[in-house]
Design a protein around this ligand. Structure first.
Ligand SMILES: [Mg+2]
Length: 180
């Protein structure tokens, strides 16, 4: 999330950013946002971005995270039921922007990215901040992501890198090349 080129998003007409919470803005179940994240959010807003946070969590016992966002006037919608479109549409209304002006930033292909694509927003998959995740995510969603092809998450992967597809010739060890 820190290494996204927000200037280039702005240049491409993105005016609203919808962040996932757990493992995108903070480690899973973190009680508060850290200083650097708060500075990033404030900096983005100072640049003119409108911000919103969508979490599938129930956020029990995480009043500080809720407060960190609400004190800064950043809408937080939870539990969001991603990838269903309802919360994404609510977020769009909060932002007051059209789908082509909104980017979703999250660590999960099957919630953040799938949901964002369903409603026609731009989507940016980031590496999860922390190896700890909800057990459902860890064992079910991540296995499905691997089946679907984790390589879509490599924003920084060289374009046209020909790693081959299942059934093709694969360089030795490439099945195990994913980080984390
Ligand atoms: Mg997440």
């Amino acid at each position: 999330m820190f290494d996204i080129d927000y200037g280039s998003l702005w240049g491409r007409g993105i005016r609203g950013l919808i962040f996932d919470l757990d493992n995108t803005l903070c480690p899973w179940r973190a009680p508060a946002l850290d200083e650097a994240t708060v500075r990033l959010l404030e900096g983005l807003r100072a640049r003119g971005f409108r911000l919103c946070v969508l979490s599938n969590g129930r956020l029990e016992g995480r009043g500080k995270v809720v407060e960190d966002l609400s004190r800064r006037g950043i809408p937080l919608i939870y539990p969001a039921g991603k990838p269903l479109p309802f919360a994404f549409n609510r977020a769009r209304e909060c932002l007051g922007l059209s789908p082509s002006e909104i980017a979703v930033i999250g660590d999960q292909l099957l919630t953040d990215i799938l949901g964002g694509n369903i409603v026609g927003f731009h989507t940016i998959l980031v590496e999860p901040l922390d190896p700890h995740e909800h057990p459902w995510t860890r064992f079910v969603a991540r296995s499905l992501e691997r089946l679907l092809g984790r390589r879509v998450r490599r924003r920084s992967a060289p374009a046209g890198g020909d790693r081959g597809y299942p059934g093709g010739h694969r360089p030795p060890g490439s099945r195990r090349d994913r980080r984390g």
